[in-house]
Design a protein around this ligand. Structure first.
Ligand SMILES: CC(C)(COP(=O)(O)OP(=O)(O)OC[C@H]1O[C@@H](n2cnc3c(N)ncnc32)[C@H](O)[C@@H]1OP(=O)(O)O)[C@@H](O)C(=O)NCCC(=O)NCCS
Length: 183
């Protein structure tokens, strides 16, 4: 059977939403969870359009909110398929917050959602990706690199866990702001 491929532009999705007072935390800034929920929605829309199938969120990388988002700002999320595996896709999401009154535009974060296409509960193959410019090729390669680095980080962390010295003599703990009151 002939393999199916789709352009990145086919599934590029943007959502824009006004940040209303109901989204604010006690400090008056927008809850991180509101932004995460919007990111998940746009990732789903982009992934399911590329896949032509229902998708689930498997993993979220690089969520660092570098600047707070204020009530009254207009938040736009730009989502693109950066990489496809067999059933998985990495969706890059750029988040921009604009204040039209003062004319400011903030880039609050760029995050990467791994989504998997499913049919009747089972992962299914997604179309390949047609890369039409160097930026798209760069994003595809970055996703491969990120996956490799994540795998080696997981491995190292697993090994580090096994060799942790859970005792008061651990010099790592002595430098930290903790008191040990072990029973
Ligand atoms: C992710 C999930 C589909 C994997 O299912 P599985 O039966 O183990 O299937 P596979 O091992 O074939 O993995 C399917 C794909 O997921 C990818 N995957 C699995 N775990 C992953 C992880 N932690 N990070 C990134 N990708 C992952 C695999 O690499 C594979 O990608 P590929 O097909 O492109 O090679 C399954 O664990 C699942 O459904 N999780 C729940 C997802 C969900 O409900 N999300 C909503 C949260 S409420």
């Amino acid at each position: 059977m002939e393999e199916n491929f789709r352009e990145v532009s086919y599934s590029q999705t943007t959502i824009t939403e006004l940040m209303i007072p109901a989204y604010a935390n006690f400090g008056g800034k927008i809850h991180g969870g509101i932004l995460l929920s919007l990111m998940d929605k746009v990732a789903y829309a982009c992934a399911s359009k590329h896949a032509g199938n229902y998708c689930v969120t498997v993993s979220v990388d690089n969520v660092d909110f570098l600047e707070p988002v204020e009530v009254g700002e207009m938040v736009s999320m730009y989502a693109s398929v950066n990489y496809v595996g067999t059933s998985s896709m990495v969706i890059g999401i750029k988040v921009i917050a604009e204040d039209f009154k003062v004319g400011t535009v903030k880039h609050t974060n760029t995050s990467y959602f791994t989504m998997v296409a499913k049919h009747e509960g089972v992962p299914v193959k997604v179309p390949g990706l047609i890369l039409e410019n160097k930026e798209q090729v760069k994003r595809f390669l970055e996703a491969i690199k990120r996956r490799e680095l994540k795998a080696s980080y997981r491995k190292e962390l697993q090994q580090a866990r096994l060799s942790l010295l859970v005792e008061p003599e651990n010099t790592l703990l002595q430098k930290e702001r903790c008191l040990l009151r072990l029973a």
